[in-house]
Design a binder for this molecule. Sequence first.
Ligand SMILES: Nc1nc2c(c(=O)[nH]1)N[C@H]1C(S)=C(S)[C@@H](COP(=O)(O)OP(=O)(O)OC[C@H]3O[C@@H](n4cnc5c(=O)[nH]c(N)nc54)[C@H](O)[C@@H]3O)O[C@H]1N2
Ligand SMILES: Nc1nc2c(c(=O)[nH]1)N[C@H]1C(S)=C(S)[C@@H](COP(=O)(O)OP(=O)(O)OC[C@H]3O[C@@H](n4cnc5c(=O)[nH]c(N)nc54)[C@H](O)[C@@H]3O)O[C@H]1N2
Ligand code: SF4
Ligand SMILES: [Mo]
Length: 755
Amino acid sequence: MRPDDGLEVGHPGSTSAGVRGVMESLRYSREEMGPSRSLKTLLKLNQTDGFDCPSCAWPDPDPEHRKTAEFCENGAKAVAWEATRKRVGREFFAEHSVAELLQLDDHTLEHFGRLTEPLHLAEGATHFTPVDWDDALRLVADALTGLDDPDRAVFYTSGRASNEAAFTYQLLARRLGTNNLPDCSNMCHESSGAALSQTIGIGKGVVTRADIADHADLIIIAGQNPGTNHPRMLTALEEAKRRGARIIAINPLPEAGFGRFHNPQTVRGLAGRGTPLADRLVPVRVNGDLALFNGLNKALSEREDAAPGTVFDTEFLERSCDGVEDAVRAWRDLDWSVIEAQSGLPRSDIEAIADDVVAAHSIIVCWAMGLTQHKNAVATIREITNFLLLRGNVGRPGAGPSPIRGHSNVQGDRTMGIWEKMPDAFLDRLRDEFGFEPPREHGWDTVDSIRAMRDGKVDVFVALGGNFVAATPDTAVTEAAVRNCKLTVNIATKLNRTHLCHGTQALLLPCLGRTERDARAGGDQFVTVEDSMAMVHASRGRLIPASPQLRSEIAIVTGLGQAMFGDDLGWRGMGDDYRIVRKHIEHVVPGFHAYEERVSAPGGFMLPRPPHDTRTFATDNGKAHVTVNPPTTVDVPEGHLLLQTVRSHDQFNTTVYGLDDRYRGIKGGRKVVFVNPADLAVRGLADGDTVDVTSVAADGERVAKGFRVVSYPTTPGCCAAYFPEANVLVPLDSVAEVSNTPASKSVIVRLEPAG
Ligand SMILES: Nc1nc2c(c(=O)[nH]1)N[C@H]1C(S)=C(S)[C@@H](COP(=O)(O)OP(=O)(O)OC[C@H]3O[C@@H](n4cnc5c(=O)[nH]c(N)nc54)[C@H](O)[C@@H]3O)O[C@H]1N2
Ligand SMILES: Nc1nc2c(c(=O)[nH]1)N[C@H]1C(S)=C(S)[C@@H](COP(=O)(O)OP(=O)(O)OC[C@H]3O[C@@H](n4cnc5c(=O)[nH]c(N)nc54)[C@H](O)[C@@H]3O)O[C@H]1N2
Ligand code: SF4
Ligand SMILES: [Mo]
């Protein structure tokens, strides 16, 4: 039996974007939106009077440097996916039972099109049926206000929600009396937030796009695949390259985006040979980064020992940091053989990177999921902070840590209070603004919410976007957990698996997307978002909504607030006029003074980030902390491989646009496992074989059946498969220390011929 009939495998690519990328985005846009809607929509994407790209969180250039086409292939796909002309209405749901739909994959489910009206699945019913908005909101309100304990409710958020939606949503949960606000960030950059707030006093990156494009001498990209996941970052990298910066990519896969970049916005890019981006590809072992950065820091300390005052920024370390001596002692005592074994890299390679480091005045380290989704992720990112602090690479132009965020507003959602453990200062201001006492006990994050649902501690699950059961680990466990709830409520644009894995009763509430005009009683509204570089700006939908029945997320959340609590906090006003929400935000969230005025300026405004703005650190003692993070790595038993789960070029998380992964040479299928030829040879396996992938963990084994083996130049001992197909293999209890992020890039597996 062959997995994914029609699957074709070619060679991995070494170039990105170019004419092919432009053609792909046009083809996809035309198929979904038709030619005239495509043009109208794409020309408003990322323009100052248009809407923010709903895909990733990469920042836009300054307003004066924006081009007419200010988007990438994947941004165009995300927009076309939302602005599609396809609809899924009441006839569809009358025809297809939930059980029948559950047989289909997410790719098929979402391709049916946009949801058009509120739907209800009554207790014992087999089909979703239409329900009017008032009845739907009343049903949810009664279930929530009728709970014995508000902590029996969970409010999940996905990172596409706007600032205004996120702020009203956390207000609703806290007004009810719970901090159970898990979000996609718990599975994403939580490890970055945890490490950075501990070491430099802020849980965000502290660089700007201009730091990358115009100032850095050396840009290190670790555990990130920008060619696919932040495509316009390649434009900034190209600008950096053209003025002489060096780029180092640390990655077990030789991703195409690090090769030649053909910038589709320039004639040179479309017609010429393109710009080679990475000067060095460092094929680290999966989960070898903690050892690698320990090695780099050891190499730097050895050089500093040999010529004191020439390698470290001693003046900065003395003035602004603590913990340096302990860390230097730990690096001195480290054995190179441990570093080499854990990182999979010879010392000479690490010394060569150190040569680049000492030659560079300003260094930025960018990273994403390749670093955050491991057991030792927080330690790894702390060690990267050490690496930057040693040479004063924080708080000056072209330098600093730069976690590159995923969802377009995931960073903003956190700023707005979507977090299960917001600090007391935020809760105090919320109390003062609205006159109620918010709960203080920490709530459940994503993994703890699943555990709580599994253990029967949750009655109502509400999701503001996302695809909870597909995005989370241990699919079978999570699906069963969600089914334990009495009521599941999803606010969404398109149908997905989470909507079909329901509680005793379920509601599906359809909302407007970013591209759509949002007319409320107070007139046409816009929303605001924060990108990866802490720029806050407006987003204004222009298209006629997919159905007249759709409501904005803010209207739904504030409508629910009114149904639950009357108009006690002014829910109606907030839902009618988002300026009122922004006024509240201005009073509750630091950095938002004169919000309305500043966000109305083209390009918006930047939120304060003390390390970036004033080279100060809001830690317990005002110093940046250099920390000791002994190297560790996952112990992989003999005969096993370390599996990481990645995104293809044709998906946005659980939204699968198509079955190709052009940059990795895959066409027409997704059930593949990328393995090094040497690892195949010792197993007697060959490219094209079909295998079952079994993960091993303390609590037992999990199997994903029928994957096609792809012989691929990944680091020996490692392999890769796609998220979310491989999520069944990730044990719920396999999480990062401190951040509790699922370790979905560190799964111990073995491959066996398919049974
Ligand atoms: N088109 C598109 N854009 C997206 C998304 C999408 O799905 N599609 N998702 C968005 C979201 S929510 C996020 S969080 C970001 C994700 O952006 P990325 O983090 O770039 O996404 P992944 O596909 O998970 O890629 C992880 C990269 O890390 C590498 N890697 C894996 N393990 C290790 C390791 O141990 N060490 C090192 N050094 N490298 C490792 C992988 O080979 C891969 O290149 O993208 C956002 N943008
Ligand atoms: N194995 C493995 N698992 C992972 C990861 C991994 O790398 N490997 N990555 C993790 C990461 S980084 C993340 S961020 C999570 C993502 O987890 P989620 O954010 O939960 O998942 P998405 O796939 O982004 O959500 C897609 C759904 O959002 C809904 N949607 C789209 N647009 C809108 C909108 O405007 N409003 C509303 N209300 N709904 C909308 C649609 O119904 C769509 O089906 O997955 C995590 N899971
Ligand atoms: S880089 Fe990200 S935000 Fe920018 S257009 Fe592409 S997908 Fe959209
Ligand atoms: Mo993410």
